[in-house]
Design a protein around this ligand. Structure first.
Ligand code: NAD
Length: 387
């Protein structure tokens, strides 16, 4: 069998500055016996020059050559329609494909005979898969960046400062949702000198929040909503109402609130209704990491925009924060991609063994079939309802 050729292209999604392979990732793949092609300029948005790829033995080529010669295209996001049209039968495409929310794309991959591999299906609790966990690496970047976004919009200091010109109070920061992004936000806000509190519906989050030196907000309603796989489950209507009612006073007395709550396969839970935003002090800032076209954790947040409310609260609908820390995000992503590619190859060729848990989680389509059972079910139900 011939040596697998792996290609990384320039990401074309609006605002995307990450690249799926950095020079270090290219070097790892080459050391594992693979060939690497890089579209000229692909790393520029993350400050990796073509020469740094060439220096580790990657071939820097134009886009057409990279697509034509690649056995496996590695990417951050799904392909745009033009690229999808250029992919050919038997070629592989690996990235964060969000297959559960992209049934039409999955169907196209299957129909075109493409081997599609999605990093978001990785079994995250498996120790040997941790180096491949792009959801975690990118959530961690997003949590860090969210605090910097909040600081940009906040017209006061984060730390307590005692100077000849007076003393400033430290910012009071509340982080709702203490998963990977939330914990990184807590740590970052603490390092900037804020007084930080955290809250989550999973009881396990309590110790993690406290271990970062933040206060954990315990609700009297005693909601414990751990779901499967370390994730949260969706709250019942009664739980949601109780949560919103009790969180309201906490939210209103904080200067900055960062929300990161997600429930797999569901719309993000609404944690902050508009009437609670209206109770916050002028100059307060909310950063909603869950903001998307489906709605976010905050009523009135708009994905990709900053809304200033009548009472002077900035509500930031934060989208794709990892692209705004493109170098670090790409370095981590590239490590995840190269580890997964190496996991899926034997002697320089793609060798996806479906008896392995990692392969079962990430392989979406192959040889014209949707092989991932969960994705296959989601695609057929979406096609069944005609949506
Ligand atoms: P996520 O992005 O799905 O959700 C973010 C957070 O929102 C979660 O902590 C969740 O509990 C919380 N949340 C959901 N509904 C909420 C609500 N109504 N109110 C408040 N909070 C709410 O989660 P994630 O960051 O991807 O991580 C989820 C879990 O997976 C965590 O337990 C994490 O430690 C675990 N994890 C484990 C590993 C590993 O073992 N290697 C790796 C990655 C993640």
């Amino acid at each position: 069998m011939s040596t697998l050729r792996v290609a990384a292209l320039t990401e074309r999604a609006a605002g995307e500055r990450r690249v799926a392979l950095d020079p270090d990732g290219a070097k790892r793949l080459i050391a594992a016996g693979l060939e690497v092609l890089i579209e000229a300029g692909a790393g520029a948005g993350a400050w990796f020059g073509d020469e740094s790829y060439a220096a580790v033995g990657a071939r820097v080529v134009d886009r057409e050559t990279a697509v034509a010669e690649a056995d496996l295209v590695v990417s951050v996001g799904p392909p745009d329609p033009e690229l999808l049209g250029q992919l050919r039968k038997g070629q592989g495409y690996l990235g964060m494909l969000a297959p559960l929310s992209n049934p039409a794309l999955v169907r196209r991959f299957a129909d075109q005979g493409i081997t599609s591999i999605s990093l978001d299906g990785l079994p995250r609790t498996l120790t040997r898969a941790q180096s491949m966990d792009a959801l975690s690496s990118q959530a961690s970047v997003a949590g860090y960046r969210a605090v910097l976004v909040a600081a940009e919009h906040y017209d006061r200091f984060f730390p307590m400062l005692m100077t000849a010109a007076g003393t400033s109070k430290p910012a009071a920061v509340l982080v709702l949702g203490a998963g990977v992004a939330g914990l990184q936000a807590i740590g970052t806000a603490r390092r900037l000198g804020a007084v930080v509190s955290g809250y989550d519906v999973r009881p396990a989050a309590q110790d993690e929040v406290k271990s970062l030196g933040a206060k954990f907000i315990e609700l009297k309603a005693g909601i414990a909503a751990a779901g499967s796989g370390g994730y949260a489950r969706e709250l019942t209507d009664d739980e949601r109402k109780a949560q919103q009612a009790e969180l309201a006073d906490h939210i209103a007395r904080h200067d900055i609130v960062i929300t990161t709550a997600q429930v797999p396969g569901r719309r993000p839970p609404l944690l902050i209704p508009a009437e609670v935003v209206a109770r916050m002090r002028p100059g307060s800032v909310i950063v909603d990491l869950a903001a998307s076209s489906l709605g976010g954790n905050v009523e009135g947040s708009v994905a990709g925009e900053t809304v200033r409310t009548e009472n002077g609260v900035s509500v930031v609908g934060a989208t794709n924060l990892p692209a705004r820390l493109a170098t670090s995000a790409s370095q981590a992503f590239s490590r995840n991609v190269s580890a997964l590619v190496i996991q899926l190859t034997t002697d320089g060729s793609l060798d996806i063994d479906l008896t392995d848990e990692i392969a079962q989680g990430v392989l979406i389509t192959r040889d014209g079939e949707i092989v991932h059972p969960g994705v296959a079910a989601a695609v057929s139900s979406s096609e069944g309802t005609g949506s």
